[in-house]
Design a protein. Sequence first.
Length: 620
Amino acid sequence: MDKTDKITMREALALTMRGYKLLWNRSPGRYISTAISAMVGAITPYVGIYISALLINEIAGERNPDRLRFYAIAALISAVTLSLVTAALSRWRNYENAGFWLETNAIYAQKLQSMSYSAIEDSKTFELLSHIEQSNNWSGWGLSRLNNAFGEIIRSVTSIFGAVALTVSLFTLQVPDDAGAVAILNNPLFVLGIIAAMLAVTVIAPMLNVKAQSYWTRQSEKAKMGNRYFSAFGYQAWNSSPMDIRMYRQDIITNKYNQNAFAFGLGGEIAKYAKGPNGALAAASTAVGHVFTAIVYVFVCLKAWGGAFGVGSVTQYIGAISALRGSVSSLISHAGDMRNNAVFLRALFEYMDIPNDMYQGSLTTEKRSDNKYEITFRNVSFKYPGADTYAIKDLSMTFDIGQRLAVVGQNGSGKTTFIKLLCRLYDPSEGEILLNGIDIRKYNYRQYMDIFSAVFQDFKLLSFTLGQNVAAANMYDQDKVLDCLTRAGFEERLSNLPKGLETHLHKDLDKEGVDISGGEAQKIAMARALYREAPFIVLDEPTAALDPVAEFEIYSKMNEIVGEKTAVFISHRLSSCRFCQDIAVFHEGGLVQRGSHDNLVADDNGKYHELWHAQAKYYT
């Protein structure tokens, strides 16, 4: 974690303005409503102070009935009007701010979607995103701090102008010359001294508070790890595996939580800072603020006692100067807070600036009604960023259009990497992949990915309706969704759903939502792949969560399900590959065998024969 003393005010201001620009572009109405609401809220107290001062002066002075009546009516009308306006503006502001948390999460999610897949899998990206989220959860640093500060800054600036307008006469009104020793208050040097003392106290108090806040930023790393342990052991573990915890009395979770969430405990460094320099500076800031109040009361009361103004003006000046001090202090605090927050904004924009280094290409992918797309791997090798060894080495192969290709091999043999390269989640380190004879890097990136449908092993279904999950969209073709679900073997379960395609999966968004089994989820995911109608379909362990009967049902209808598409299957169960015309056997990052099941199993010296007989006892 970088220290704030390494960030200049110029950099802090640049980061802050960039943050506001990001938020403004997402929701300008939020800041328009906040600004207007803050300005009206800042002016409102001064209207009451001013009219009250006039009313009290009149009561203490001439007591003119007409003026008293006018001031009373003005006070009543202004109070009611400003209250109504403030309430309306507050409602508008609250409405505009209601979705801020979702909006900031959308910013991070959309950035994830726009960056290259290699960046998503990079641990540095995870660390940055985790740092951003944990800093916000811990103490609202980052965009939340900007959003919360905006209204306060506008309020402070507006309040300063209002306070100055009501305070100028305090220093210009003279004490009568016959007021004795109090007449020294008219001396310009004395007035300048009082103003200097007020300014000094006004500046020192918030600076002490800013320094106190800087100790919190230094603890962000400890707080981040504390939040991680809190999430892992204080929430996830207790809610995701209660049966295991109850059965095995897993006190290890409680102990681990207590040890590592100690950053927030009474003996942690955060608590030590709170009892030490952080607490001392915060207390000193408050004490200095009281000194300011004392100076103001003495100066204003002496001038009133000397006859410079009436008793009603005492309330006006004390109220206005106190508000001025609070507003200036708030502004200085926010300036210091801006620098404290800049270190978190720096991490935020480091994340936002992660480039998408995947070459996008410009060629249009030909849309063929006959699905005649030929994929060729030519001397392809791939090494993951930072890895010392190749995950794929010198791979050359061509897909037969419209055929079923099974990719098998032990864990770590390169199967998943092969699929990532095929779908262009990664580009080869060496060699090239060709689509109809052209390097796939030359095609428009999005259009190339559109020729694939996939069911990955770690697929996700969302807590939306069944139809929306299959279509991966808000609007969908009902007949097409029904056909895909039927082909995927989900029709029996569908007939029992309370709202059919409009049934929500899970209960997160609908209390009448249904929970589904792993096998049912896999069928829905397969239906989603079919709905896309891409010429290639990639299935990564498509029956891993199915029982043997359901698995047999799927594979017996696989040709019907896939149709004329070119299908690629990844599987650990070699028995599931028998329906495929073509089987590719991977081992240690290379293609070691290829052929039909009968030919491969007959090769006594081949890897497939070894794997088949190692699993044979599970097939019979």
